[in-house]
Design a protein around this ligand. Sequence first.
Ligand code: ZN
Length: 412
Amino acid sequence: MIRRVLLACACLLIWAVSPVGAAEPSPQALSIYEDGKRAYDAGDYTTASRRFSEVSKLEPENPRWHYNLGLARRQLGQYAGAEAAFRRVAALDPEYKKAEIAQKLAHMEDDAGSERGRSGHDDARVFFYAFGGIVLAIIAGVLIVRRRRRQRVAAHASKAALKIDPQLLRAFSARLDALRERLVPIEHAMRFGEDADLRRELECATDLELAVARSLAVPGADGMSASRLAARLDEAEALAAGARQRALAGFGPHALEGQGERVGCWFCARPLANAEFRRRLPLTVGGRTSEVLACPPCAEQAARGIAPELRGRGEGAGFQHWSEDGNFDPYAERHRPSTRQVPSWDFRPAQGIAPIARLAAGGALAAAGTAAVVSLLDLDAARETGLAQQAASAAARHARNERSDSIFRDHS
Ligand SMILES: [Zn+2]
């Protein structure tokens, strides 16, 4: 009950000081959001949460930023924070992602419910107005004590999660395989058109799919319980079913048949079935400039002078770009990654970038006007920025680990 009261207080404070109504996102906000999205895709939910928090502060009226903040916090097991973010979305725009938010809140209730009371929002408001700041101070103290206790419980839970029933794990793997089978044709169907809702459903389902796959790769290592795995699979399956219906409704009964062109983002290999989803990106390496095709998130990252990571196989000088493998399928790879990601500035092919850019882009690169051109990325300059960032994030990670070890460790 106490946590709910605190949440209600936080919501009231936010409602009191913020105007309602979303405007078009600024390029700066979009850029921070894309950064967060990439971290989220890579499973780095701490960075994702930080970036989404930044963008939420930059544009507090935009429900999308708060929604993503809620998603990242949820992945980190920070249910109270996630719930606050989702409630903020509902306060800003009651219709935005209404069903998804209701579903997520329900799942979080399942996971964290045993610790919560059932006191309603209205009671919380009365409570807040009656006792104000003194109550907040007391609650903060209680929360710190509880958090420390949960820390100890979480350590045990994490160990217990290692013992997920093998039969259950096999069932999860089978469901994951079936989910992949359903998502790949939707990737191909995107060649018929860019539909923002369809893209969002596909991306959300894929995020959940990849998170479950990571958990199943080393069961229990991330402390993910069987019930949370099941909940994520349920959610991903529901999104995939929705996307499937949307594709059939939008592109006709044959939408899920046939295949899109073999074109992938030069960096991350994400399939670029639709010309509208492609960006032409001039890339300078060692003073020579070649054009590559990139997905929008990689292009936006590059536009900020940050080199996206590159997918491929092998080590050091033997590293092979994903497109150099003739059997590589970007559509399947997106849902079952078999390659690794390396900093793109380390890739220095003897034959230059151009032939590999053509391999990655199929015929699409030669076709004039197929894609919007974004600003040039100088990989040599990006290397300097990237190395500096790596050093900074390593230092931040070190500091964070030290801090979380001492106090603020959340269970997952
Ligand atoms: Zn990409």
